[in-house]
Structures are given as structure tokens and as C-alpha cells.
Design a protein around this ligand. Structure first.
Ligand code: PEP
Ligand code: MG
Length: 757
């Protein structure tokens, strides 16, 4: 059964268009189950009806589309109950609906499985048979499994507009993802493709064969040139025989077969990329099925060559051209490194197919003030060709080539946003203090964003979190001690009037080092942060030494340890910090004992175990810093990077609030300073909740500083207690959000809460 399932899923996924995919599904399911009929109905929620979309077995006498109103028929019952219905004699079922145009009465047995994607019914998959019989448990499981697969296919088609309903404007193409960084951006798409893959090409038709053939020929010419350059550069480095592969590639490009077949397929009405996919995949299949092992091996050469041509066909990508001015970065997976590498003055928005609002790429986007939508998983980036995009970072929506009216609405929203920014900037230089005189310290989170030039304008003296990972991730090896000294010196110098909390390397999770492979099933629960650096004292000591050397003469360094789970880890890390301090002090203090003060040491409270164990580390450190991002992830057992469960990741979860409350109470009892450096501190509602709990030091990205300062200056701390009491009693994050939004509204700060944000 499994093999058959796999075969059907593969065939459906390979189908060049949606209609064919449905046809393939019904035909193959009917065949596999040896039933008399298989049918797919699609739900049209606007029209409140199901539409018969594909059938193998039902005889339809009308040329008009067949509809079943919601609430009628067995299919509606299956959809409503959200479970399969297995009925031996459907025509006797009270819900059976006789449609005049469909010859269905002869079928007795019926199995109807709802097709559900992310809790929404998208349709119903039905199999029917003439003689009365109940379908077996195995058959039922088979159909339910296929319905789940079909859900993905339909959701994808829906997102791409193939299922556009009459109510929607035919030219309004939108896609939904997760609102990862607030704001609105309008500009041309800049698609960054890491490595083109033929399997990722979505089949598309074209009615401009000459144009497509020209594109294909240009791509072939570029591929030839690339192969020449590659073989030239490899001469002398590899054995002569290895270079023979380039001859083979050239021959393949020369050969009438590949080029001619692709051009022929283009003439059949396909786009160049699709034609290339069809021809190359067909060739690869033929090669793979041959007995001769040598020829079978050539399949991978053909695929490689095809992908090379494909990457030239796409004519864009990381290594192909630089971003156009004021563009929107679009990638399958935007990484923090990718953002850091690109000239960020040109990137005004960001869309990522993978990822979620809590990933480091999202944090980086927020710190750069770039509106971002992540986890737009039904968004086909291959379709974009410098199209204009509107990125709505409040609601997680993306519009592709929107009509002028929509674009104008968004331009207005962007202007309002700008006005708000200009207004709140005027509070720079004013004390960060509530209306009733409670003082708050705001600090900056830096490090992910390499551009620090304008931070001084923000009127913030100290850095509460300097993430040191990026320089480690952007190189092909570990940065040397001297390289690190130079980097850290710049930050310590820039904030010499205040203090800089430098966090030791927190790689792992969604920040792997390219040169230190960590192949783990559960990277967020694995070798991450302090766990990795304690296993590599040579890396840890070099980093601490570099921090200390950079701090000589400035003495504004504080060191923060990430992912601490036990007192032993703190002991071990503190011992190494001490060792590094003595080494560096010996080198420098020989000249002047004032030069190097011992740095304060802090611990991130982000692993839930530590919430209950603060007393075991309190005497070993000088301060605590709450990492609400990871604390939320680990308390709720929700991978902060996984878009599938992103709706479950919510720092407003009452359980998270209780943990945060407990931390501040314990820290106060133990008389230890505690701050918050997770994203919650930079959110208007989050900052209010934390204020109400008693936190007085918040570290956040540069984008949020002006907002939070403004909000603090326009509230009374004494008014916040009832809000917190209600939030702690709330049953869900949504309820907390409502309570907090109301408080902001009442304080006249409703403009800081946008729809969906
Ligand atoms: C956190 O976990 O809240 C935090 C500040 O660290 P990071 O987001 O880098 O894991
Ligand atoms: Mg963290």
C-alpha cells in the first residue's frame, strides 16, 4: 500500500498543472482501490458550495459546472464532521442528494474523506462502488492519507490563484505568510536563488515561444562559458581525467538531442524552464533505468548540466547581480547571514518562504526596520521577475503586482508609519520615565545587524545584548583572536559612555557554523550556545580573551553566557573567564593596573529549568538577562523557526507571563539585577506587561527604541497593575493581547498596535 501511495503522490506532484493533478489523483485512486468511481469536490467558501472538480467514474450529463450547496449531501456531512464517512448504501442515507446532472444512483458504497489544510476544509475526496459494502479500515486509511496530500496540492493551487473565486478581483494576487517585522514596503522583487533545482520548477505555459527559445539559447551560451571558465580554473588542480567531464558536458550541449528537444517542447507551449525540466527529467529517467552501470551514472551529469542551464535561465541569484535600488529581498530561506551580506541600504522589505517570526532572520529584519513576511510557504518565487511587491509586515500579506488602488492604500499606510516615526523621534534626549516618575533603562540589542553607524542618534548609552555570532557565521573559518579584538573594540568604543553586554558565542539552533558541522535531529535542543563552547575551550577562551583585550582602557565590558541550564556550566564558564582575565591582565596590567577591570558576568535566563534554579547560580554571577525568545520556545515546546507551529509560539501565553513574573520576583528576593533582552521587551504590549511585573531594564533592537521610550513616557506605572492581574488570569495569549491592547488604547497609544500586529 505504501508504495502505491508514494507512486500516486509523486504522480500528482509531477503533474504539470492543477487540473491534471486532480485528474491524476482520481484516476490512480480509483485504479488502486479497484472501485467504480473517485471524485474530488472543492469547497468554495465564498459561494458556500462544493464544486465537482475531477471525477473518474461519475457520468455528468451537463456541460455546466456541478455544485453541491454547503450543508447538503453526504460530502457536506463529511466536511462538517471533519472525519471520513464510510457508508455501505449511500443512496439510502438521509443526507444523500440526488443531482439530476450526475448519474450517481447506481453507486451504493461510498467513502467520503474531507480534505483539510491547516484546519480549513478545502474539499472532499470521494470513492464509490456499485455493490453495497463498507470499505475496509485499510482502504479508509489510504483515502484519508491521500486526502491529506491533496490538501497540500489544493492549498498551493489556491495560493497561486488557480482557484480564484468570482468575488476576488482576477488580477489581485496575494499570498499570506507570517507577519515577522512590522511596516509596509513597496518595491521590485529581488529573488536570491541559492542553487537552481529542476525539481523545484513549477510547470508553466507560455504563448511566446520565440522569446522562450531566445532565453534558452542565451542560457546555453552562458553555461558553455561557465564550463570553460570552470575547467580553466581547475586545470593543474585536478587530474586530467577529471577534466574530461567538461568535454562530456560540452558534447551534451552540442548534441542535437538536448537542445533540440527543449526547443521542441517550448514550441509545444511550455516556458523554457518547464521545457528544460521535462526534457532533462525524462533523460535522467531513461538513464537511470538502463542496465549499464556507467550509463546510469551519467544521469547525475545530465541533471547537473540541466541545473546549470536552469540557473542561467533564471538570470538572477546571489552571485549573478546586485540588488536593484529599494528592492524587496525574496528567497526560499532568508538567513541572517544573507541579510548581513547584502547592502542593506537597498533592501526595503523581505519575503521568505521558510522561517517564522521568531527566527534570527526575523529578529534581524526587525532590527533593521525592514518589513518582513516569513513562512509564505505557498509562494512560488520562481514566478517573480522584478514584479512589484507590496509587503504588509503587519498582517503578513504579500501582493504581487497589485492594482494601483491597493498600492496607493499601502503608500498611505507607509506615510502614516513615517509620520509616527517622526513624531516619536522627538522624544530622543528626554528622560525615559513614566508619567508618575518611574525610571526605566533602555538598552540596545546589536550584532546581527552589521550596520551600527546611526545607532548614536538614538540617544541610548548602553548595549544590553551584543550577539557575537554573525562574524563567526560569515567566514569560512573561525575568526582569529586579533580579528575579534578589532570588531569588539569598535563596539566598546562606540558605546564607551555606557556598558556593552557581550554574549559569548550562541551558535547552533538556527545559527549553524558552516565549518563546524552539527547534524542534529533537534538542533534547538542540542549542541547550542554554552554547550558547544564549553566543549571547545579553545574557541571560548579565544573569544573571551578577545573581548577582554578589546576592553583594555575602556572597561565597559560585561560578559553574558547563553543557554545556561545548570550551575556547573556557570562554574566552568566562570573559571575560563577568570583564566582569560588573568592572562590578559598579566599582559597589560604590567603597564598600568587601572587598564583592565574584571568584567561583570551575567547569565541568560532562557532555559525554563533556570527559572526554578536561580538560587543555585545567584552567587556566581553579577546579573541576569531574560531571553524571552528562547524561554517562550522551550516553555511552550514550539520550535521558534517552524512555520507550521508558529501560531502556537506566543510570548503572551499566560504560562510565559507567570514564568517572567516568577523570575523578577526571585531576582528581587535574591537582590540580583535582571533585565529582559528578548523581543518581548521591544513590543509595546510586552514592555507594558514587563513594566507591570517590575522589570526596569529593557534591551531591544534599534527600531523599537523610539516606540518604547514614547510609550513609557505616556503611561503611569501605577495604572498597570490591574492589567497584569487580568493578563495572568487569562486563559489564552489572545485574551492577553486584548487586555494589553485595551490598556494601550486607553492611554491614547492605540496607534502603536496595528491590525494583526
Ligand atoms: C532570547 O532567546 O530571547 C535572546 C535574546 O537570544 P536569541 O534570540 O539570540 O536566542
Ligand atoms: Mg536565546
Amino acid at each position: 500500500m505504501l508504495r502505491v501511495l508514494q507512486r500516486i503522490v509523486e504522480a500528482v506532484n509531477q503533474a504539470p498543472d492543477f487540473e491534471l493533478a486532480l485528474q491524476t489523483m482520481v484516476r490512480q485512486v480509483k485504479e488502486a482501490l479497484q472501485t467504480d468511481s473517485c471524485t474530488v469536490y472543492l469547497a468554495d467558501h465564498d459561494q458556500q458550495q462544493f464544486a465537482l472538480a475531477a471525477t473518474d467514474g461519475l457520468e455528468v450529463s451537463s456541460s455546466e459546472p456541478i455544485h453541491v450547496p454547503f450543508g447538503e449531501g453526504v460530502i457536506s456531512l463529511a466536511a462538517k464532521r471533519e472525519e471520513p464517512l464510510n457508508i455501505a448504501n449511500a443512496s439510502e442515507h438521509p443526507k444523500f442528494l440526488k443531482l439530476d446532472e450526475v448519474d450517481e444512483a447506481r453507486y451504493n458504497a461510498m467513502l467520503a474523506a474531507p480534505v483539510i489544510h491547516r484546519r480549513r476544509v478545502l474539499g472532499v475526496l470521494v470513492v464509490q462502488q456499485e455493490h453495497d459494502r463498507a470499505f475496509t479500515r485499510d482502504e479508509e486509511a489510504f483515502v484519508v492519507t491521500l486526502a491529506a496530500q491533496l490538501a497540500v496540492v489544493i492549498a498551493h493551487a489556491e495560493a497561486k490563484g488557480y482557484l480564484r473565486t468570482t468575488k476576488q478581483s482576477p488580477w489581485l494576487q496575494t499570498t499570506k505568510g507570517l507577519a515577522a517585522a512590522p511596516g509596509v514596503a513597496i518595491g521590485p522583487a529581488y529573488v536570491v536563488q541559492p542553487r537552481a533545482k529542476l525539481s523545484d520548477v513549477t510547470p508553466k505555459k507560455s504563448d511566446k515561444p520565440e522569446h522562450e527559445i531566445r532565453r534558452f539559447r542565451t542560457a546555453v551560451a552562458r553555461t558553455r562559458q561557465e564550463l570553460n571558465e570552470l575547467s580553466e580554473s581547475m586545470k593543474g588542480q585536478v587530474a586530467e581525467e577529471s577534466l574530461a567531464i567538461f568535454e562530456v558536458y560540452h558534447a551534451m550541449l552540442d548534441s542535437a538531442s538536448l537542445g533540440q528537444q527543449v526547443e521542441q517542447t517550448i514550441n509545444d507551449g511550455w516556458r523554457a524552464q518547464t521545457a528544460l525540466k521535462i526534457v532533462v527529467e525524462d533523460l535522467v529517467n531513461q538513464f537511470e533505468n538502463l542496465d549499464d552501470e556507467y550509463i546510469r551514472e551519467r544521469a547525475s551529469d545530465v541533471r547537473d548540466l540541466g541545473q546549470r542551464i536552469l540557473s542561467h535561465l533564471k538570470e538572477r541569484g546571489r552571485y549573478q547581480h546586485s540588488p536593484p535600488p529599494q528592492c524587496i529581498l525574496v528567497a526560499h530561506e532568508v538567513t541572517a547571514t544573507m541579510l548581513a551580506e547584502l547592502p542593506n541600504t537597498e533592501i526595503i522589505g523581505m519575503v521568505s518562504v521558510r522561517g517564522s517570526g521568531n527566527s534570527h532572520a526575523a529578529i534581524l529584519a526587525r532590527s533593521m526596520g525592514i518589513p518582513a513576511v516569513l513562512g509564505a510557504d505557498e509562494f512560488d518565487i520562481n514566478e517573480l521577475n522584478e514584479d512589484t511587491l507590496v509587503v504588509d509586515g503587519y498582517n503578513g500579506e504579500i501582493f504581487i503586482n497589485p492594482p494601483l488602488q491597493v498600492e496607493n492604500e499601502y503608500r498611505e499606510l507607509a506615510e502614516e508609519e513615517l509620520e509616527l516615526r517622526q513624531k516619536i523621534e522627538t522624544a530622543r534626549g528626554q528622560p525615559v520615565e513614566t508619567e508618575d516618575g518611574v525610571k526605566v533603562t533602555l538598552q540596545l540589542n546589536v550584532g546581527l545587524n552589521t550596520d551600527r553607524d546611526w545607532l548614536n542618534e538614538l540617544d541610548i548609552a548602553s548595549v544590553g545584548l551584543y550577539r557575537t555570532e554573525i562574524p563567526f557565521m560569515m567566514q569560512e573559518r573561525l575568526p582569529t583572536e586579533d580579528e575579534q579584538v578589532e570588531l569588539y573594540s569598535q563596539v566598546l568604543e562606540q558605546f564607551k559612555a555606557g556598558t556593552v553586554v557581550m554574549r559569548t558565542l550562541d551558535v547552533g539552533g538556527d545559527k549553524p557554523l558552516p565549518y563546524l558541522p552539527m547534524n542534529e535531529e533537534n538542533p534547538f535542543l542540542g549542541w547550542r550556545g554554552i554547550r558547544m563552547t564549553l566543549d571547545h575551550p579553545e574557541i571560548f577562551l579565544v573569544q573571551i580573551r578577545a573581548m577582554l583585550r578589546a576592553s583594555v582602557g575602556r572597561n565597559n565590558l560585561q560578559i553574558l553566557l547563553p543557554m545556561i541550564t545548570s550551575a556547573e556550566e556557570v562554574d566552568e564558564a566562570a573559571r575560563m573567564v577568570k583564566q582569560a582575565y588573568h592572562e590578559v591582565a598579566e599582559e597589560f596590567n604590567g603597564h598600568d593596573t587601572q587598564q583592565l577591570a574584571a568584567p561583570k558576568l551575567g547569565v541568560m535566563i532562557e532555559v525554563p529549568a533556570m527559572v526554578y534554579h536561580l538560587h543555585t547560580i545567584v552567587d556566581k554571577v553579577d546579573f541576569f538577562s531574560v531571553g524571552s525568545n528562547d524561554l517562550t520556545q522551550y516553555l511552550l515546546a514550539v520550535d521558534r523557526n517552524n512555520q507550521r507551529v508558529a501560531s502556537l509560539y506566543d510570548a503572551y501565553h499566560p504560562a510565559v507571563l507567570h514564568a517572567l513574573q516568577q523570575i523578577i520576583e526571585r531576582a528581587n528576593d535574591l537582590d540580583k539585577p535582571v533585565s529582559v533582552c528578548g523581543e518581548l521587551a521591544g513590543e509595546p504590549g510586552g514592555a507594558l506587561l514587563l513594566m507591570a511585573m517590575g522589570y526596569r531594564t529593557f534591551s531591544m533592537n534599534s527600531y523599537n527604541i523610539d516606540r518604547i521610550r514614547w510609550i513609557i513616557r505616556h503611561i503611569k506605572a501605577a495604572d498597570l497593575a490591574p492589567m497584569l492581574a487580568r493578563a495572568l488570569q487569562a486563559r489564552s495569549p489572545q485574551e492577553v493581547r486584548k487586555i494589553v491592547t485595551m490598556t494601550l488604547e486607553e492611554a491614547g497609544l492605540g496607534g502603536f498596535v496595528r491590525a494583526g500586529s
